[in-house]
Design a protein around this ligand. Structure first.
Ligand SMILES: [Zn+2]
Length: 127
């Protein structure tokens, strides 16, 4: 039986983590679009990387500290809609569904480009 040695990135894109969200987590580059940043933040939730989540949070809305619930098992991310958020924009939104064991949530997140790098501002939960 074949053993899978390469796991795809938690964000749902087909490539391995190291070449996807992992390089942003490692500080080897900044997410080029609001969607890429959102995906990398989801992956940071999966990996329990609170430092990355705080680093990519707008200083205006960033919490003092972030306690991730280690009991939450994130299982899937689906990006449902994006507006703006490319290299040509300074703001953007990403609407997504994040599934975890036992449920899912939908949020429309707002992002801004701050000194060239995308950061998370805030979001609205959707029913
Ligand atoms: Zn990824």
């Amino acid at each position: 039986m074949a053993v899978m040695t390469t796991r795809s990135c938690p964000c749902g894109l087909p490539g391995p983590y190291e070449g996807c969200c992992g390089r942003f987590h490692a500080g080897a580059g900044a997410a080029p679009t609001a969607e890429a940043l959102m995906r990398s933040r989801y992956s940071a939730f999966v990996k329990g990387d609170a430092g990355y989540l705080l680093r990519t949070w707008h200083p205006r809305t960033r919490p003092q500290r972030l306690d991730l619930d280690p009991g939450t098992r994130w299982t899937r991310l689906e990006v449902l809609e994006t507006t703006a958020g490319s290299a040509f924009h300074t703001t953007g939104t990403v609407t997504f569904r994040a599934s975890y064991r036992g449920g899912s949530l939908q949020e429309r997140s707002r992002f801004e480009r701050l000194d060239g790098a995308w950061v998370y501002v805030d979001g609205d939960f959707l029913d």
